[in-house]
Design a binder for this molecule. Structure first.
Ligand code: TPP
Length: 307
């Protein structure tokens, strides 16, 4: 006899972000977004910028979202969130319903940044979550302001030529955490998809704080980082454990919590070698120099944040 599968109504389970989506197997963004959504719960309205998260969860006429969710343009999720917040305030519902804006790193670091800055300037009680895949993933892995040094993307192609461009991206990742702090935000945090409990704790904490909050989550992208689907969690953990993408928490501008690097400290080579986007660095002497430089960047963070 085939097992009878209970319907969602029968089990009374109402996922905030249901499994019926079209994200890649092992997608770091969907793992993080589901964690965020389940932590926020149903009394939340999300404005979501265009990008992988929106495209994979809402192919017309279906939606994987079990909570109020609105798709905005690429650049204006934060302005829409401000509008929703203003309407809730007018209806005196803003204490009961949380407003959240979210998007990828392209929509956050670059294209949506002006409107995010405006939202933060207005000091509204809105949580912004950035899912950082370190590239414009949805459109085929172009470099964004979040792309790290030496990563191979379609707009920073790595090769074996003599120019500096041959190493992949030759821009350092934009420091959005400092930019958020410079806006005077009462809550700013950074984490990775490798630390589910940390994501939950940071979302919960952000909900207790009055005023704008920013949480940035490193979310490995399987096709973009050229990793295997079962490596997502490991690579996301290593990002923090090497010091390259530390777990950070600021309240009222003060760094109150960091994720300590384990001892012995994993070196960046282990992290980089798992990812096809850095494979050119393992081919020659020039690449080795880049790995050394990336190790210096990690060490810089360890010193700066006392990891
Ligand atoms: C103003 C504007 N520019 C470009 C696009 C095309 N576009 C749609 S999604 C996307 C990439 C999104 O990248 P990101 O914000 O990093 O999110 P991800 O897909 O990586 O999650 C681009 C370039 C657009 N829709 N609107």
């Amino acid at each position: 006899m085939p097992t009878k599968i209970a319907t969602r109504k029968q089990t009374k389970i109402r996922p905030m972000l249901a499994p019926g989506h079209r994200a890649c197997a092992g997608c770091g963004q969907i793992i993080a977004a589901r964690t965020v959504a389940e932590t926020l719960g149903p009394n939340t309205i999300i404005a979501n910028a265009t990008g992988c998260l929106e495209v994979t969860t809402s192919p017309y006429p279906t939606s994987a979202w079990g909570m109020p969710w609105i798709h905005s343009l690429f650049e204006n999720a934060s302005a829409i969130a401000s509008g929703i917040y203003a309407a809730l305030k007018h209806q005196k519902k803003n204490k009961k319903i949380k407003v959240v804006a979210q998007g990828g790193d392209g929509g956050t670091f670059d294209i949506g940044f002006g409107l995010i800055s405006g939202m933060w300037e207005r000091g509204e009680n809105i949580l912004y979550v950035c899912y950082d895949t370190e590239a414009y993933s949805n459109t085929g892995i172009q470099a964004s302001g979040a792309t790290p040094w030496a990563a191979n993307t379609t707009t920073t192609p790595a090769g074996s030529g003599p120019t500096i461009d041959a190493i992949g991206s030759h821009q350092r990742k934009k420091d959005m955490i400092s930019i958020a702090l410079a806006h005077g935000l009462p809550y700013v945090a950074q984490t990775t998809a490798g630390f589910i409990e940390d994501i939950k704790a940071k979302v919960k904490k952000a909900l207790t704080i009055e005023g704008p909050a920013y949480i940035q989550i490193l979310t490995p992208c399987v096709p973009g980082w050229k990793i295997k689907p079962n490596q997502t969690i490991k690579v996301a953990k290593l990002a923090a454990q090497t010091g390259l993408y530390p777990l950070l928490e600021y309240v009222n501008g003060e760094l109150i919590k960091v994720g300590k690097v384990p001892s012995p400290q994993p070196n960046v080579e282990e992290y980089l070698s798992m990812q096809g986007r850095f494979k050119h660095l393992f081919k020659n002497k020039k690449g080795k120099e880049q790995i050394k430089y990336i190790q210096e960047l990690a060490n810089e963070n360890i010193k700066k944040y006392g990891l």
